[in-house]
Design a protein around this ligand. Structure first.
Ligand code: NAG
Ligand code: NAG
Length: 168
């Protein structure tokens, strides 16, 4: 004859293993979800572009950032952290990455967007390498699931070039 305590324990154990199984299936099913995000970044305007007194180049610009990240959202997606960065090469570093904008997307409805924004973070080079510099925009995303591992990926957009001369 089983005591009440023994039965309760068996029920809890069973519930925990079912939960573990569901979590496992949830993160597995994410891997089968085909993802096809798209992104475009356009420079609308460069307001200023100068060499700072300390010798570092800095510029201020406005961007049109358009993305469709809807395919990243499944029922297991908690939120998506997204950031747009510029990446370029200098004699000192093969990749310099500067984040210009970021955001947190909480729902699939908000994951298809087009925003016009100034750079949220400073666009400063460690040196005076930016005149006529070819660079890439990258859109990175970190998908934070309700259960399972964080998934990270990016889109690279190449073929951008900064002005040959400082402005103003
Ligand atoms: C921003 O870019 C998108 C996609 O290229 C375009 O449809 C939209 O008209 C642009 N908006 C502005 C203000 O340039
Ligand atoms: C920019 O993108 C091109 C094409 O994808 C790539 O070959 C190049 O290495 C990238 N530049 C940097 C600095 O990441």
């Amino acid at each position: 004859m089983h005591t009440f305590g023994y039965r309760a324990n068996a029920v809890v154990t069973f519930a925990v293993s079912i939960l573990a199984l569901i979590c496992c299936m949830a993160s597995l099913s994410d891997n089968f979800n085909s993802q096809s995000p798209t992104a475009q970044v356009k420079v609308l305007d460069i307001f200023w572009f100068q060499r700072q007194p300390n010798g570092d180049d800095e510029l201020g610009l406005s961007l049109n950032i358009t993305a469709d990240l809807q395919s990243l959202f499944t029922w297991n997606t908690k939120q998506v952290f997204v950031f747009v960065a510029v990446e370029y090469e200098t004699p000192k570093n093969s990749v310099n990455q500067i984040s210009l904008w970021d955001g947190i997307i909480l729902s699939k409805e908000d994951s298809k967007f087009s925003i016009q924004t100034r750079n949220k973070y400073r666009f400063v080079d460690e040196g005076s390498n930016l005149r006529g510099k070819e660079y890439n925009f990258t859109m990175h995303w970190h998908v934070m699931p309700k259960t399972g591992k964080i998934f990270v990926d990016k889109i690279v957009m190449s073929g951008y070039c900064l002005p040959r001369d400082y402005l103003r």
